[in-house]
Design a protein around this ligand. Structure first.
Ligand SMILES: Cc1ncc(C[n+]2csc(CCOP(=O)(O)OP(=O)(O)O)c2C)c(N)n1
Ligand SMILES: CC(=O)[C@@H](O)[C@H](O)COP(=O)(O)O
Ligand SMILES: [Mg+2]
Length: 601
């Protein structure tokens, strides 16, 4: 039966079935959990009032899209969510025509809706873009760039603001406070009841006229004055778990034929009691026991994130001028501990990567030593700020890039593949990488001493502990870990060093291993020296091949007119990398040591 033909009772039953399915599958497979549970009724409302195969359904970040997937023919396949070869955890048009866009990074939804609305108007079609965006995602600047235009051009777009008063962590900033203040007021429910009665008793059926009246009436009480002043109509707050109210409101919003924000209050984790409310650790989860909410514990070595956080904490204790920032990822980057310990020196600035970078540039100019702790993938947001505000000024900002390399189940939107490629060509930027926990700690101490911007990368999860001792970091100096008796040289960068070591251990030749340490400035002298002894080089790095580590080495060989060396890159090829367990992804890319050793042979 079509959703549109279902009674309220049937819709409520369906919402329970959706929740049961999400809880069952995510408790076994892991995935984004509390956001998606909180969006069940709103998603049902979208599907009841709009048509996912015609109206662009645009989910911001799209980590809350599981109910949408279940409603659009992916009930059985849902079992494979975020697994290699299975469904993506985000919307993906090549998975279903009901998925309008790929998303994974936040706050793109309203811009997409504006573009879609313009296209629809030009094509003279009768479709309406519908956005679902969370309160956390409303903190990013791009949202206001889009609203700025939307309020001016006034094309029909319905924006459902799914407000659970949570980002991943507690939401930050004045906009969040403003939204919370609205939510603290009364539901629009009581008022709406009166308007409904008025419409039923006085008006003929016919949405445009009704909507006009409704809209006028709403204007008298709207708490969403910020949006109203920008030219976007505001309805709310409504109860985001009351299907009846959601459907009524969305029907009105649709009929208004202009930009409208429907502000819905929801509970993150709704329907799974243990996760309900403001619990950060239920945002994205691994497998857990449904009965008691206990996570399935896996013995895991200390994550690089934790090593980083401890080392930064020591630096902050030692040096008063150390400051730091995260763009809405306090626990993900480990900086939450520092925010607790040094609340006036470490900040969460909300989903505002660009602002994080530029504001820290000014702190660096004022004599502070900022550490921008950020996932490699989210640093992409701040590309111009890195060049324009940090590097041209040659300011000693440290970019601490977590989640470098394959991140696993989040997939193509989140892989930390590109940072070396897009940072390497920026003048003044220093790029180096630790190979293990010890060199991560040493690398941070070294970063503190630099007077230029630098970027240091480390992986999701743990470094492999290596048996090689390390020497102190010296700017632009590589470290030869072992000489070899064959003509081969393995060059590793960052976590690529352990891959090189593992591959060497599987080879029957005795192969020299170099930890490149710096991809910029690169150790020209050492490379020239090594070219005299070894002429078959292999480059191991968890990063894109184009403009990557092997490219940097080839530039040296070319500049130094060294012709005898053959370089093979074991970096990522020119594709976006899918989702799945990291090891399985690496296997699919033929990057496991046992695969690489065959290539070398
Ligand atoms: C540009 C960018 N920065 C950071 C993130 C990480 N991130 C994913 S979801 C999220 C919180 C979003 O909060 P909200 O929109 O309120 O959704 P909720 O999870 O509360 O439903 C963050 C910070 C991201 N996806 N994109
Ligand atoms: C959707 C999003 O961007 C985050 O929730 C991300 O999935 C977190 O990734 P980690 O699990 O690596 O912190
Ligand atoms: Mg939220």
């Amino acid at each position: 039966m079509e959703i549109k033909d279902k009674s309220l009772k049937e819709l409520e039953t369906l919402s329970q079935e959706i929740r049961d399915r999400i809880i069952d599958v995510v408790s076994r497979k892991g995935g984004h959990f509390s956001s998606t549970l909180g969006a069940v009724e709103l998603t049902l409302g979208m599907h009841y009032v709009f048509d996912a195969y015609s109206d662009p359904f645009i989910f911001d970040v799209s980590h809350q899209c599981y109910p949408h997937k279940l409603l659009t023919g992916r009930w059985e396949e849902f079992e494979s969510i975020r697994q290699f070869g299975g469904l993506s955890g985000f919307t993906k048009p090549n998975e279903s025509s009901a998925d309008y866009f790929v998303a994974g990074h936040s706050s793109t939804s309203i811009s997409l809706a504006v573009g879609a609305a313009k296209a629809i108007a030009l094509k003279k079609e009768n479709r309406v873009p519908v956005v679902m965006i969370g309160d956390g995602s409303m903190t990013a600047g791009m949202v206001y760039e889009a609203l700025n235009e939307l309020g001016d051009i006034k094309l029909p777009v319905v924006i459902i603001l799914n407000d659970n008063e949570m980002s991943i962590a507690k939401p930050i900033g004045a906009i969040s406070k403003y939204l919370s203040k609205i939510l603290a007021g009364k539901y629009y429910q009581g008022f709406k009841g009166k308007v409904d009665k008025f419409i039923k008793n006085n008006m003929p059926e016919g949405t445009t006229y009704i909507a006009k009246r409704m809209e006028e009436a709403l204007k008298l009480i709207t708490p969403g004055i910020l949006f109203e002043e920008m030219g976007i109509d505001y309805i709310g707050p409504i109860d985001g778990h009351d299907i009846d109210e959601i459907i009524d409101t969305l029907q009105i919003a649709k009929a208004m034929n202009k930009p409208v924000i429907v502000h819905a209050r929801t509970v993150k984790g709704k329907g799974y009691k243990i996760a309900e409310g403001q619990h950060e650790h239920w945002h994205g989860v691994g497998p857990f026991n449904v009965e008691d909410g206990a996570f399935v514990k896996k013995e895991a070595p200390k994550a690089a994130t934790a090593v980083f956080a401890d080392a930064l904490s020591s630096l902050a204790c030692k040096y008063d001028n150390v400051v730091g920032v995260t763009a809405a990822m306090p626990s993900g980057t480990g900086i939450n501990k520092l925010m607790d310990k040094f609340p006036d020196r470490f900040w969460d600035v909300a989903i505002a990567e660009q602002h994080a970078i530029t504001s820290m540039a000014a702190m660096a100019k004022e004599g502070f030593k900022p550490f921008i702790t950020i996932y490699s993938t989210f640093l992409q947001r701040g590309f111009d700020q890195i060049i324009h505000d940090v590097c041209i000024m040659n300011l000693p900002v440290v970019f601490a890039m977590d989640r470098a390399g394959i991140v696993g189940n989040d997939g193509e939107t989140h892989q930390g593949a590109f940072d070396i490629s897009f940072l390497r060509f920026i003048p003044n930027m220093i790029l180096f990488a630790p190979r293990d926990n010890k060199t991560l700690v040493e690398g941070l101490e070294f970063a503190y001493t630099l007077t230029s911007p630098c970027a240091i990368r480390y992986p999701r999860g743990a470094f492999k502990e290596l048996e090689y001792d390390s020497t102190a970091f010296t700017l632009g100096k590589a470290e030869l870990l072992k000489d070899g008796s064959s003509n081969k040289l393995f060059i590793g960068y960052g976590a690529g060093v352990s891959r090189a070591i593992d591959t060497e251990s599987l080879h029957n030749d005795d192969i020299a291993i170099l930890d490149l340490r710096f991809v910029k400035p690169i150790d020209k002298d050492t490379l020239v020296e090594l070219s005299k002894k070894y002429d078959d080089w292999y480059v191991f790095s968890d990063s894109q091949k184009q403009s990557g580590v092997a490219s940097a080495i080839l530039e040296v060989l070319n500049d130094e007119k060294i012709k005898n060396v053959q370089v093979t890159s074991f970096e990522y090829r020119d594709n976006f990398i899918e989702h799945g367990d990291t090891k399985i992804i690496e296997e699919s890319l033929e990057l496991l040591p046992e695969q690489l050793v065959l290539k070398v042979k």
